[in-house]
Design a protein around this ligand. Sequence first.
Ligand code: ADP
Length: 255
Amino acid sequence: MTGDIDLKEKPKDEKKSAKTETKTGTEDTVIEFQNVTKQYSANIEAVHDVSFCISAGEFISLVGPSGAGKSTLIKLLTCEEKPTSGKIVVAGRDITELKKKELPYFRRKVGVIFQDFKLLPKKTVYENVAFALEVCDAPDDEVKDKVPKIIDLVGLTRRAFSFTEELSGGEKQRVSIARALVHNPKLLIADEPTGNLDPVSTWEIVELLFKINKQGTIVMLATHDREVVDSLQKRVITMKEGKLVSDQQKGKYNL
Ligand code: ADP
């Protein structure tokens, strides 16, 4: 499809430039922030000179106190905001230079889920997931084939024809994960996905994110949940006042 961005396969001519642009990245680097700063106004600098690389298959927790710049960092990664300076290279392309018509294709490769689910309450689980494909003019056959498989992956086959407003919080989050997965994203960003959930549902959602990660999707989990971060034993990026203050493999929640 023209304008589509395959986050796995880099176009030949861009492989070269990615290498030269990427000072700290390796062959495995899928995402690179290079000295990224985002100023909303003269006295609000939400992200300051942030640099890091993410490789294929990683699971990263993004932590930091409120106002640290986590949401802004996520918005930069989904192209909702543009940096004031710096580059964000995804699969060899500087996404800050994507053209308007390329954005929808890019966004399909980056799934995002939120604390408040953002589901269509008067529609069923099946309809919510199918809708994400239908708005992209997916053929009926593809919808019929994909939707049940994804609903099964998130463990909701039994509730496929329930209205989402009838579901528990944990089940709603599963629907939003299913919806985020319909375009086979290479990156799934989970922005406080367990903020509204009880402890049991929290662990079920974390386990589901793990399962998705094991199947090859990079997962970035922004969370305030110390217990979750500490038990994950995965990479932890910590932000404070817009700066990246720590980046540790097998990190802990250190705030
Ligand atoms: P976090 O997600 O870690 O709580 P945010 O990225 O939401 O942090 O916010 C970082 C800083 O940027 C805060 O000072 C916040 O008030 C400010 N900020 C966030 N979004 C905007 C915006 N759209 N306009 C102006 N300031 C903003």
